[in-house]
Design a protein around this ligand. Structure first.
Ligand SMILES: [Zn+2]
Length: 344
């Protein structure tokens, strides 16, 4: 079922990058950073010889990939929020038309990018294969195709990158404060909104809110300077620590060396519904905030006045409710919904 079953087809661990994340979790800043660090030394300087595409409903203008990628050299691999960017060298012989550009990849929920020997059979659900000049193929494997792939020339790349908010690891404290407290939206929604901050998802939003003792339903505009400071530092500390531990493995995320991440062992609230808060021993609860399930300590994170957990989605709580799950999946599957929820 999940792409991880194809692990057997993967070659030596040192040449492998697999990213997959099950359930409702998806790779966030630390996981994408981990993948980037694994891929960068393997791909930098490699020339793309040929492009093969399978299903293309997750690709913006697939014909651009087929036309623009062959012959181009991958200059470097970067992370931008939850995106991977393969920066490309301009082709030498054609100055005006083939400018610097990049291949942008979002792994969605179940996507993985893996360089493998071209002679090796492609795994099921391989939807893009870039033949490289070292005899390997960079393969994009994704069962659900919630990801995104696009070739962007220099101008379009600039426009695309301008759409997204600040990287929490690069932004200053005053800039963070301006972005979070200037809005009358719930702080959880603000953390997840990629136009406000880029790279944060459900896991690290919940963990940092718990650390800073902020209920996710509090309005950003209601946060004091002191509380915003606490959130800024909590978020950065948590993201940096998670990067050091190669991200969180919720179900089957594996990093560049084929190892699972370690950070899930350090989750304090995420996924701990019904377990005692490590700070006060109250039982962790799951509540719906801004349409997303959120883990909170009811004692450490006081809800704003008027907030009640009546919005709790019973279908999400009931693991056997397959109709609810199907509906949730259908909602997720709409690209507009995914964008609105800050996936990308
Ligand atoms: Zn607590």
């Amino acid at each position: 079922m999940s792409g991880i079953n194809n692990l057997s087809s993967v070659s030596s661990p040192s040449t492998v990058v697999i990213v997959s994340s099950g359930g409702s979790a998806m790779p966030e800043l630390p996981e994408v950073e981990t993948v980037k660090r694994g891929l960068a030394p393997q791909l930098a300087g490699r020339r793309i010889l040929e492009v093969t595409l399978g299903k293309t409903d997750f690709v913006d203008e697939p014909e651009l990939l087929l036309r623009e990628l062959p012959g181009r050299v991958i200059r470097l691999v970067e992370r931008y929020g939850k995106f991977l960017l393969l920066r490309l060298e301009a082709a030498k012989e054609s100055v005006p038309s083939r400018d610097d550009g990049a291949l942008l990849v979002h792994l969605g929920m179940t996507g993985w990018l893996v360089p493998q020997a071209a002679s090796q059979p492609r795994a099921k659900h391989t939807h893009a294969a870039l033949l490289l000049d070292d005899g390997r193929e960079l393969r994009y494997v994704d069962q659900r195709r919630f990801g995104r792939m696009a070739y962007l020339d220099r101008d379009r790349l600039e426009t695309e990158l301008r759409r997204w908010g600040a990287d929490p690891l690069e932004t200053s404290r005053p800039e963070f404060e301006r972005r979070i407290t200037g809005r009358r939206a719930r702080v959880k929604a603000l953390l997840l909104d990629q136009r406000v901050l880029r790279g944060v998802g459900n896991i690290y939003a919940d963990e940092s809110l718990w650390r800073a003792k902020i209920h996710p339903a509090v309005l950003g505009s209601r946060l004091s300077k002191q509380t915003t400071d606490a959130l800024y530092h909590a978020l950065r500390r948590i993201l940096l620590r998670a990067i050091r531990m190669r991200g969180s493995t919720i179900s089957d995320f594996l990093d560049a060396e084929g190892l699972p991440g370690e950070y899930q062992r350090h989750h304090r609230v995420y996924g701990r519904e019904g377990k005692p808060c490590v700070r006060c021993r109250s039982l962790i609860e799951r509540v719906m905030v801004a349409g997303r399930s959120s883990y909170v300590c009811p004692h450490c994170q006081r809800p704003p006045r008027g907030f009640r957990t009546v919005g709790l989605d019973k279908r999400v709580r009931n693991p056997n409710a397959s109709t609810g799950k199907r509906n949730a999946l259908r909602r997720l599957n709409s690209k507009a919904t995914r964008r609105a929820q800050g996936f990308f």
